[in-house]
Ligand binder design. Sequence first.
Ligand SMILES: [Fe+2]
Ligand SMILES: [Fe+2]
Length: 163
Amino acid sequence: MPTQQSSGLNKDGSASSRPDDAVSDLMADHRKVEDLFKQYEKAGDNAEKKQRLVAQITHELRVHMAIEEEIFYPASRDFVESDMVNEAEVEHQGAKTLMEELEGMSPEDEYYDAKVKVLQEQIEHHVEEEETEYFPACRKSEMDLKGIADQMESRKAELASAA
Ligand SMILES: [Fe+2]
Ligand SMILES: [Fe+2]
């Protein structure tokens, strides 16, 4: 079976010890969204490209946040500090508000780039907390990361086909 290179990498580029678990899958999503934000930074004045990238970013983030909120976060509650889970949920809420605002705007709007930038910064902060505190705590626990990965995968397939 071919292994997907990106799914086994930590934020610093080092290899993960458990490449097929739920944490690795979520981290692969993080890298994908980071890459889309980088493409946006390079899109310049290309309104069509910017709108397409924002549509991709919001789609990826919605699917990712849904599987975290529906599956990963609840499954982690018995194993990690509840403050950490609550904070992550509130951060998702903040990102959703910005995404809704962006969807009602056009790339020509004076504040479009600013909204995308602030969304990017909020997501970077959130990802940093997940990858340096939340996920390491999950990995140290007895969470069934392989079983959760399987559940997340089927839910992701449902969400992707519904989009
Ligand atoms: Fe995440
Ligand atoms: Fe998250």
